[in-house]
Write a protein that binds this ligand. Structure first.
Ligand SMILES: *Cc1c(COP(=O)(O)O)cnc(C)c1O
Length: 369
């Protein structure tokens, strides 16, 4: 048997890329760490699950329809999304999670020699997709936990195609105010595509937080991401979308693989948007309660906390976050160590129900004692 010569077949930027290893399924982790219950505080999931209407869709999906391809372009869902934002359905592209639409954008705008601009401590998928596609990622350090708008503007050159902002930022919870975002867009002046990732839009309560969707008319180089994974609680169904100017989206559409979004996800997402039972309010109440509780408890333990917008906060530990991860796993608590986000000694904790918050505090006290 002749082995393929992977050094010749695989581009260097793929060979040298360090793959992301997802965590094992819960039952495997429970065996590995010897815990009989696992609180998942690592992925910013909604512990309330999807709104009731979406739960009904999932329960009632006719099994024979498993044999039939879904709408290839999420036809009805795009109509509903467009109506929510006062835009045309063709301004919307739905993907297999917001993660997939990141790849659509990079494929559409970046070729060899081009670069994207992002930050050092933000959602890492923008950087990863660029790097394993052979595109340079300019990673600009945050300044006082915020995106450094000045430094980002200064790093733009003729080969810069896309600038990725995360608003509010995962993991710092800081956000771009309407004023700073508009000033930034004015300076970019349409020369690059600006992506604003609003994965946590529905959690934000700050009054000066901008709705990116409302700026697309004035800034046709702006693309906004949203997801159904966080507030709407259907992370397991994998569905998110982007919206932008009609001509811009028409270009991005060329890079999408149709049928990547399954039918249950499309229908459940539609039901999420139509929810009238107060799902968002209930979730915000839960997040607020969890945040107040954890801030007080961490304060009492003398641990610095960074709690901004979003359903998560960051705690600074006196020592290694990866060691704390393993110790907390033995206590049945899964958090996100932040070393991978270039944030050593910090952990990100999802704000969840009080039983989970109390279990986390008890476990943290135990492992730090
Ligand atoms: C979770 C998350 C996403 C990805 O969401 P999916 O729709 O589940 O792929 C995108 N951006 C940020 C900032 C996130 O935190």
């Amino acid at each position: 048997m002749i082995e393929p010569n992977l050094d010749l077949l695989v581009p260097a930027y793929v060979r040298e890329f360090e793959p992301y290893i997802p965590s094992k399924p819960d039952p495997e982790l429970q065996k590995l760490y010897g815990c009989d219950h696992l609180y998942r505080l690592n992925n910013n999931e909604n512990p309330l699950g999807p709104p009731p209407g979406a739960q009904d869709v999932i329960r009632r999906f006719p099994p024979p329809r498993g044999a039939v391809y879904p709408s290839g372009d999420s036809y009805y869902l795009r109509q509903e999304i467009a109506a929510c934002h006062g835009m045309e359905p063709d301004q919307v592209l739905v993907g297999n999670g917001a993660n997939e639409v990141i790849a659509f954008v990079i494929k559409a705008f970046c070729g060899q020699g081009d670069n994207i601009i992002t930050a050092d401590k933000t959602f890492a998928v923008y950087e990863w997709v660029a790097v394993f596609s052979g595109i340079e990622a300019r990673v600009i350090p945050l300044k006082e936990e915020r995106f450094d708008d000045r430094a980002m503007l200064n790093s733009i050159d003729a080969a810069t195609k896309v600038i990725f902002l995360c608003n509010p930022n995962n993991p710092t919870g800081t956000y771009w105010s309407r004023e700073t975002l508009i000033a930034f867009l004015d300076e970019v002046g349409g020369r690059q595509i600006v992506v604003v990732d609003e994965a946590y839009f529905e959690f934000v309560e700050a009054g000066d937080y901008p709705d990116g969707m409302s700026l697309i008319n004035d800034y046709p180089n702006l693309i906004v991401f949203r997801t159904f994974s966080k507030m709407y609680g259907i992370a397991g169904l994998r569905i998110g979308y982007l919206a932008g100017d009609l001509k811009v989206v028409d270009m991005i559409r060329r890079t999408c693989v149709v049928y990547s979004v399954n039918g249950i996800a499309q229908e459940a997402a539609l039901a999420c948007l139509r929810d009238e039972t107060g799902h968002i309010r209930r979730t915000r109440d839960l997040v607020r309660e969890g945040k107040e509780f954890l801030c007080a408890e961490m304060g009492a333990m003398g641990l610095p906390v960074n709690a901004g917008e979003g359903n998560y906060l960051i705690v600074k530990l006196p020592g290694s976050d990866t060691l704390a991860y393993r110790k907390l796993m033995h206590e049945g608590i899964m958090i996100r160590p932040m070393t991978g986000f270039r944030y050593p000694n910090h952990i990100r904790v999802t704000l969840a129900k009080m039983d989970a918050m109390e279990a986390f505090v008890t476990a943290l006290k135990k492992i730090l004692a």
